[in-house]
Write a protein that binds this ligand. Structure first.
Ligand code: ADE
Length: 247
């Protein structure tokens, strides 16, 4: 542990000390799905892959079919009471979840029936040490598994994806980028955590200041930081009213 702290403290010299010490504890994410490649692919590049390489997070994909007792590796059956689609059977899910669960595990089911994911919940989840993310498919999973083995059901939005592996990747990405050190030396995650969750961010611009006749707002080139902050606040309010009147 002490050696880990020194290693991480050296790796991220410009981050606050508490962050560097916290980052010595590696988070583990297990994703249980019929499609591990779909879940892992977006988590194998860029910032997330760098976080994995730096030892901030360990991610493992598991194919639910590996726990099937069926000779054709079947894991689903038709819904009791009739209706369209298929339901994931309790047997393989129970065997897989009980094998993958540890003492410190928080088990999440990705489903459109879950609570809508918000940044505040993402922040809380980023302090867990082991997430086991179970991905639904077809009509869903047998509810006896939800009642006995799932701690929390999460939806990433009011729409239906082909499978929960995509949603698991979205949740994992959102959590991992908040791990201390994941964004490198950038202050973005710190600033975000202090910003108003009910306000969208103001529009942003970069060079060239004149692009095809469209100019960057003068105020942003003025060097007057108080005025710029005020302008950003007003623009954020306008943008929120236009795009997210519900906030
Ligand atoms: N699986 C399918 N659609 C989903 C959604 N919107 N959120 C989480 N899991 C899902």
């Amino acid at each position: 542990m002490a050696a880990d702290c020194i290693r991480h403290a050296k790796r991220f010299p410009s981050l606050p000390l508490e962050w560097r010490i916290q980052s010595a504890a590696t988070m583990k994410i297990d994703i249980l799905t019929l499609f591990p490649e779909i879940a892992l692919s977006p988590l194998s590049d860029s910032i997330i892959q760098r976080a994995r390489d730096a030892g901030l997070v360990e991610i493992h994909g598991h194919n639910l079919r590996d726990w099937s007792q069926d000779k054709h590796r079947r894991v689903d059956d038709s819904p009791c009471g009739g209706g369209p689609g298929m339901v994931l059977q309790p047997g393989p899910l129970h065997a897989a979840i009980t094998e993958l669960k540890q003492e410190n595990t928080h088990t999440i089911l990705m489903t459109p029936q879950g609570a809508p994911l918000k940044q505040a919940r993402v922040r809380e989840l980023s302090s867990e040490t082991h997430l086991l993310i179970v991905c639904g498919h077809y009509e869903g999973i047998d509810h006896r598994v939800v009642e006995t083995l799932i701690d929390e059901e999460i939806s990433i939005g009011d729409y239906v994806l082909t499978n929960g592996a995509i949603a698991a990747a979205v949740l994992s990405d959102a959590v991992i980028r908040l791990l201390p050190g994941a964004l490198g030396d950038s202050q973005s995650a710190v600033e975000e955590s202090f910003s108003d969750p009910n306000l969208l961010e103001a529009p942003c611009y970069t060079r060239p200041v004149d692009f095809a006749g469209m100019k960057v707002p003068e105020i942003l080139l003025s060097g007057n930081h108080a005025k710029i902050a005020q302008w950003r606040k007003e623009q954020a309010a306008l943008r929120t009213r236009k795009n997210r009147p519900d906030l």
